[in-house]
Ligand binder design. Structure first.
Ligand code: SF4
Length: 260
């Protein structure tokens, strides 16, 4: 999932399986892996700040909308070999992200096994990371596959759904229970202000409460840096992000990264 790769320095909707390296605030130079359909966003969320724009809420995706696993296995093998043999020094990490929620690919588990295998075979020295919104964590095959990543970055922007606009099937409490069991959990939280905001003290307090029981290895907080599909949103000032980080520290979270 794109989730947070830096606009202007990150990517928009991509038309390939392997893309980049793209530069982002949090991850440096990332070699991207897109398991979603080519050229269009497919996601279970419709975040108000999504750099891919609004998704089509009415459209559901079937297996035919995705590239087959045979095609993707080949693209991953060739793409990793090519990039890691030619540009290894320029790549800080390999990130499964792309045109939406990557775990929606029907063969996500198979593709993850292959990706990790290829990274090892190519002696990749960089971490392999997956961005997810957590909406498919109840699927054991997806959960087990996510355990294979060096970091599983799960979106948790607020204790309510007003920022992420998940589909009707999403249940935050159920997702949080599964997040708590992830071994390499990183929480990624985007804060916005303007006509919609998740920075008011009561909202930040509820968000911090929602992190209870989770033991993330890190929490990344950041804000928008480009135009958003929802009009009237503005970036959060660095000092306000720092206050949120301080709030987390006071609640005992040791590893908090403010990405500005
Ligand atoms: S989770 Fe949100 S930010 Fe990520 S692709 Fe889906 S709508 Fe966009």
């Amino acid at each position: 999932m794109t989730h947070t790769q830096d606009p202007g320095k990150g990517h928009e909707v991509v038309g390939s399986v392997i893309y980049g390296p793209v530069r982002s605030r949090r991850y440096g130079n990332s070699l991207g892996i897109n398991l979603s359909p080519m050229g269009k966003k497919v996601c279970t969320f419709n975040c108000v700040y999504c750099q891919l724009g609004w998704g089509d809420e009415k459209k559901t995706c079937g297996r035919d909308d995705f590239l087959s696993s045979d095609v993707l296995l080949g693209e991953i093998s060739q793409g990793l070999f090519k990039h890691l043999s030619e540009n290894d020094a320029e790549v800080d990490n390999i990130v499964v992200s792309g045109n939406g929620e990557p775990t929606l690919h029907p063969d996500f588990a198979l593709l993850t096994h292959h990706l990790i295998h290829c990274a090892k075979k190519n002696k990749a020295r960089m971490p392999v990371i997956c961005f997810t919104n957590g909406s498919t964590l109840s699927d054991d095959r997806v959960f087990d596959a996510l355990q294979m990543f060096d970091e599983c970055c799960v979106k948790l922007d607020a204790a309510t759904s007003k920022i992420d606009l998940p589909n009707a099937a999403f249940n935050l409490d159920a997702a949080r229970a599964r997040m708590a069991a992830l071994d390499h959990l990183v929480i990624q939280s985007c804060f916005v202000e303007g006509v919609l905001s998740n920075t008011h003290a009561d909202e930040v307090g509820a968000w911090v409460d929602s992190l209870e029981w989770l033991s993330p290895k890190r929490i990344d907080i950041y804000t928008i840096s480009r135009n958003t599909p929802h009009n009237g949103l503005t970036a959060v000032a660095p000092d306000a992000l720092s206050r949120i980080a301080n709030h987390l520290s006071e609640r005992g979270y040791k590893s908090v990264r403010v990405c500005i």
